[in-house]
Design a protein around this ligand. Structure first.
Ligand code: 5GP
Length: 140
């Protein structure tokens, strides 16, 4: 399986399509998932091109893990979450739908089930507000 430069996250990284951005540095970008499985669902996306965990450079993965932890801590604070679900899918059989490596950070409330993966589009105003909340709570 090869990397397709026309995948939707590559287009976001190139600025060709918009996103509700939370954070960006030289190596990664964090933005809100448009079909959140819970309020505050964010995606942590390395800029280096890889399809998923299988073809990623280990150095990229190490830096990504450190950023995921910062986003995770921010998400707990921003959304007053009781916990977090961190997800990462590989290839269609593994549930992957966008073929540029990314990690899902999903704030969870006790007793509230996750909404379906790639389910319903969220109101852009809600995504904007949640991006602002998360941005304010992340300490890099
Ligand atoms: P995957 O199945 O590849 O792990 O997850 C892809 C995620 O990207 C899904 O949760 C889906 O809701 C989200 N997604 C799909 N298209 C877009 C988009 O254009 N913008 C954003 N921000 N998220 C997207």
């Amino acid at each position: 399986m090869s990397y397709d430069t026309e995948n939707i996250f590559a287009k976001i990284l190139r600025g060709e399509i918009p996103c509700h951005k939370v954070y960006e540095d030289d190596d990664a970008i964090v933005f809100m998932d448009v079909m959140p499985q819970a309020p505050g669902h964010a995606l942590v996306v390395p800029k280096a091109a890889s399809r998923n965990m299988l073809d990623a450079d280990p150095t990229t993965l190490a830096a990504l893990a450190a950023l995921v932890q910062k986003v995770a801590r921010g998400a707990i604070a921003a959304f007053d979450a009781d916990g977090l679900t961190i997800l990462q899918f590989n290839e269609p059989a593994g549930g992957q739908t966008v073929f540029h490596l990314h990690i899902h950070v999903i704030p969870r409330q006790d007793g509230t089930p996750l909404r379906p993966h790639s389910g319903q589009m969220e109101d852009p105003e809600v995504l904007k507000a949640n991006a602002e909340k998360l941005r304010a709570a992340i300490h890099i």
